[in-house]
Design a protein around this ligand. Structure first.
Ligand code: GLY
Length: 323
């Protein structure tokens, strides 16, 4: 009998599976092509920047971070980063998280003031500390230590909207976002089965100070696992947090559902457990290790548009809506 050496071992099916298990990951599929999938119209320039970074030699982590920096730094996007609508006291409070599917490791920040790129701070929490989440003053001081420059995040436009909200006797509606765009959630696959998830938001406009939504919570706004895929979420974080949206989608995919089926399964569950959720603004995106994608939403008043970058083509598409 031929002695088992590495080459013979690798030739056997059992050997390939065993090695994949030993190396802590699923067997890598053939190259399925680079994919970036993001929420809303502001996801399109974010995907394009991410693809540029990756193709220029950056890592997938660099790509997601720099891609999400685009809407964070754009004052016209009033739900993320600089120019994001403030809390009830007129202070912009930002939340973000990033999760790496290879290391099964995330970093996140909540209630971060005066730093326009919270996703970059979240990445450093993941890379430079043993913690996963930093909040408020501690997150701010960490950002300063990492060299971020503090700046005012209120723009003349976001200040005007806050002042209008304050004097509006019906301001209990909270969502003044007529364009129904929201948080950026981005998932990516490098084409070889490595996945990542990132999410950044200024949260619910005119929220009670200190409120944290789904975006910076691991399992809610982000989840990534190179054995299965990655997911992210957008919408009413006060509703979505109760469903651990991103990890629920990944668990459904691990049981065999496609990303699209897994997204819809979660939304059906949300409506089944509480029919009021049919009116909620809820949107989710997911990708698996083969590069298949899913995007779905509940609320017909705010159909989730998603941005898809694949094979050099950048598109803005309508998600599937739960009927
Ligand atoms: N999904 C963003 C938030 O509710 O904060």
């Amino acid at each position: 009998m031929e002695p088992i050496n590495r080459r013979n071992f690798m030739k056997s099916v059992a050997g390939t599976a065993a090695l994949a298990a030993l190396e802590g990951g699923a067997a890598r599929a053939a190259d399925t092509g680079l994919v970036f999938l993001s929420t809303w119209a502001h996801g399109k320039p974010a995907n394009e920047r991410a693809a540029e970074i990756f193709k220029g030699g950056g890592s997938l982590l660099d790509a997601i971070e720099k891609g999400i920096n685009v809407p964070e730094s754009d004052p016209a996007v009033t739900s993320v980063g600089y120019g994001g609508l403030p809390n009830a006291e007129g202070v912009v409070e930002l939340d973000a998280a990033i999760m790496d599917g290879t290391r099964h490791r995330a970093g996140s920040v909540c209630n971060l003031h005066m730093i326009k790129n919270p996703i970059s701070v979240a990445r450093l929490v993941m890379e430079k500390t043993r913690h996963t989440t930093l909040a408020g003053e501690g997150a701010f001081r960490f950002a300063l230590k990492m060299g971020f420059e503090p700046q005012t995040l209120l723009t003349p436009e976001s200040l005007r909207k806050w002042e209008e909200w304050k004097v509006n006797p019906k301001h209990e509606t909270f969502w003044l976002d007529a364009e129904h765009h929201d948080t950026i959630g981005m998932v990516a696959n490098d084409g070889k089965g490595h996945v990542l998830s990132g999410c950044s938001t200024s949260g619910l406009a005119f929220k009670i100070p200190g409120r944290v939504g789904d975006s910076p919570l691991v399992g809610c706004g982000v989840y990534a696992d190179d054995n299965v895929g990655a997911a992210s979420a957008t919408g009413d974080g006060d509703v979505m947090t109760n469903y651990c949206t991103s990890v629920s989608i990944i668990h459904a995919m691990a049981r065999g559902a496609s990303p699209q089926e897994a997204c819809l399964e979660l939304l059906r569950h949300m409506v089944k457990t509480d029919p009021k959720n049919r009116e909620a603004q809820v949107g989710v995106v997911a990708i698996n290790t083969q590069g298949e994608i899913g995007a779905a939403c509940i609320n017909s008043r705010a159909r989730l548009k998603y941005a898809l970058w694949r094979n050099g083509e950048s598109q803005l598409l309508d998600s599937v809506m739960l009927i």
